[in-house]
Design a protein around this ligand. Structure first.
Ligand code: WT7
Length: 669
């Protein structure tokens, strides 16, 4: 098995122009007839027919899906495409909150559980669709009371509590654009995201429970907004009861303002292209990108994919372990499941509190039937051992999903056997913050799956693996993953920076005479002889750590902001659990001496500047970084050094060849 595990580590960023993938996986799994018989798409044939229909006319295909939402007014044009800007369902008006809530109140789902929430300390709350609707209306009225208007941005900096979902839907209800900031980010990161989005209100909580401790969110929020001139109010949920400072006139308790508000609120009738949310993600330069998603197209694709990929049914209990601070939380904890009237299980804390079987315990006690998590989490479960899931009755499970990074076949097999007990199909879903919704994935009742591949693009999605010159790659030839036709839930721009939007996604395969211009995902991939797409990894300076995208430039600029650091270069090396670990090469200012204490201090500094997720696993002090004659740091060489110990590639552009020797020597210390 060891050799297999070595072979499956294909996540090392590709070298130069050559994209290589060595993974070969021959095991395949077809859905059980008992599963297929009840599935929305129940055979390979039915899926092929759907795909043919979508390929023939993708816009008509999506138009049909959009009709499953409730619209106040019908659209006039399904797609207006002015490269690289798409508008979907133009002329139509709708509301995300109304589609997630009000539409379910007319029938039996009124009393169905919308959210089953479990706090880390063990407290449980269930909100039916009617109850969730009432809470959202109250929160919407509270926001209106604070002067929030349609088009304003509201920042949400919370843990995994029902009020985070309520806050998002309340924004959507009145047409405010939410900007959810992951609760693990530091005050610096919060400030940057608030200022870039010009948010007028910040919704937060006193503290959050995490790993048996409390995280001080309000304190961090206060620290952040000290230099956020646009913030007029904070709305503060009481969760941990820890003492916090409330600033008169600016800060308001949720239980005072929201609980006292009316539960009657008419959803705003918003244009299809009304901005629903901004969500920041890392890019290859230092500044995070505010990915902008709008309403009608986003809801259409999220609703459709959630229903089809997870084969959602009314009797499911659906549990996605992501945080609402990431796109997975937006699309597949909040909007996708609620649009479908599903019951969503939400858990506040960490999977190993109080013991490493917390998820299995939750699945057993709440009869979870669909479980969606990340490969990094699965690798942690593997490390903790089979005894933990073995203690629990997991027979309620019928479907498993993964997202965030390529899943190594060992982890896939373990997930299949130990969690799914060999009965549950696995959907490996490829998508991005930018794509808004799932793009490449099996359909569980119809697709043949193979451990390690997200299989093929969903009907309505035209993705391909191409060479730099735009021609399609041959079978098993590595290339770049592109999307050739606009899709409903695609990002509309980078908030406040359309130039960067064009440069980041549309410059690799630009529109020119005879070429329509394609969206470049940033991922390298190959298609196998069956047409399945295998993601190799990012081809830019973005690394995926524990399923989260981090820009190396962002971490480098955090390091360089430390008084003793002269220069830094951050690269990834493969890691058993996290997928990638971060190694920072740091050169110090002349006055500073490299010590283990300083390395620790630098790690803590990054945690403060960005958040603990960005903390380098290893700091390597060096007197010099390998650079080209024009002064560009050759990260490729550093990557080779951290992965294989030697830099074997082309070093002729290196300014000072001796630096490699010294870097290697440094490693042996
Ligand atoms: C990047 C997007 C989409 C929600 C989570 C991450 C990688 C994502 C898969 C998968 C292989 C995957 C890609 C992608 N990725 N899912 N199933 N197989 N790689 O969202 O932070 O926007 O990151 O995650 O590299 O580009 P994100």
């Amino acid at each position: 098995m060891a050799s297999r595990s070595d072979r499956s580590r294909t996540k090392t960023p590709p070298v130069g122009d050559r994209i290589s993938s060595v993974l070969q996986e021959s095991r395949s799994f077809t859905p059980a007839t008992s599963f297929s018989a009840r599935a929305h798409v129940s055979s390979a044939k039915a899926l092929a027919a759907l795909r043919r229909q979508a390929d023939a006319d993708p816009v008509a295909f999506w138009q049909e899906r959009a009709r499953e939402l409730v619209w106040f007014r019908d659209w006039k044009r399904a797609l207006v495409w002015k490269h690289p800007h798409a508008q979907w369902f133009v002329g139509g008006t709708t509301n995300a909150s109304m589609n997630c809530l009000d539409r379910h109140l007319g029938g039996w789902r009124r009393t169905k559980a919308a959210l089953i929430w479990e706090g880390e300390p063990g407290d449980v709350r269930t909100l039916t669709y009617q109850q969730l609707h009432a809470e959202v209306c109250k929160a919407a009225n509270a926001l209106l009371h604070l002067g929030v208007k349609a088009g304003d941005v509201v920042a949400i900096y919370m843990g995994m509590v029902p009020e985070a979902v309520i806050a998002m839907l309340a924004c959507a209800r009145i047409g405010a654009t939410h900007n959810v900031i992951f609760g693990g980010f530091s005050s610096e990161a919060v400030r940057e995201r608030i200022n870039d989005s010009k948010a007028v209100v910040l919704i937060t909580q006193d503290g959050a429970y995490r790993r048996g401790q409390t995280v001080e969110l309000k304190t961090a929020a206060d620290e952040a907004v000290r230099r956020c001139p646009t913030i007029r109010h904070q709305l503060v949920l009481r969760r941990t009861q820890q003492p916090v400072k409330m600033k008169r006139g600016r800060d308001h308790w949720w239980h005072e303002l929201v609980d006292g508000a009316s539960s009657i609120n008419e959803p705003a009738q918003l244009p299809s292209e009304h901005p629903l949310f901004i969500l920041y993600t890392s890019g290859s330069t230092g500044k995070p990108k505010g990915i902008l998603h709008t309403t009608g197209g986003y809801l259409t694709q999220v609703a459709y994919t959630c229903k089809m990929v997870f084969d959602l049914r009314d009797d499911d209990v659906y549990f996605c372990t992501a945080d609402v601070g990431w796109i997975t939380g937006h699309s597949y904890i909040v909007y996708g499941p609620l649009l479908n009237g599903a019951t969503v299980m939400i858990y506040e804390g960490t999977p190993n509190h109080p013991q490493p079987d917390r998820f299995w315990d939750i699945i057993e006690r709440h009869a979870v039937s669909i479980f969606y998590t990340a490969p990094t989490a699965i690798r942690s479960f593997m490390k903790w051992g089979e005894a933990w899931p073995a203690k629990h009755d997991l027979s309620s499970l019928r479907l498993l999903g993964t997202v965030g990074e390529p899943i190594n076949p060992e982890a896939w097999m373990w997930y299949h056997e130990v969690i799914g007990r060999g009965r549950c199909p696995i959907v490996d879903t490829w998508w991005q913050t930018e794509t808004g919704a799932i793009m490449i994935s099996p359909l569980p009742g119809a697709s043949t799956t193979r451990p390690g591949t997200a299989t093929v693009p969903l009907p309505g999605i035209q993705a391909d693996v191409v060479r730099k010159d735009g021609t399609s790659c041959a079978a098993n030839e590595g290339g770049l993953l592109v999307v050739k036709h606009p899709w409903p839930s695609m990002l509309r721009t980078i908030y406040g920076n359309d130039e960067r939007y064009r440069a980041a996604y549309w410059s690799e395969f630009p529109k020119r005479r005879g070429h329509p211009g394609w969206y470049f995902t940033g991922d390298g991939a190959r298609r196998d002889e069956h047409g399945n797409i295998w993601i190799i990894g990012r081809v830019d300076d973005v690394v995926n750590v524990s399923g989260h995208r981090l820009g190396t430039a962002e971490i480098e600029s955090a390091l360089v902001s430390h008084a003793r650091v002269a220069e830094a270069a951050v690269v990834a090396r493969p890691d058993e659990v996290k997928g990638n670990a971060l190694v920072a090469f740091v050169t110090l200012k002349a006055s500073a001496t490299p010590t283990p204490a300083l390395a620790e201090e630098l790690r803590a500094h990054v945690a403060r500047e960005i958040g603990p997720i960005a903390k380098p696993d290893e700091i390597r002090f060096t007197e010099m970084l390998p650079k080209t004659r024009s002064g560009k740091i050759m990260r490729r060489l550093l990557r080779e050094i951290v992965t294989s110990g030697v830099a074997t590639g082309d070093v002729t552009t290196l300014e000072d060849a001796g630096v490699l020797e010294r870097l290697r020597a440094g490693e042996e210390e």
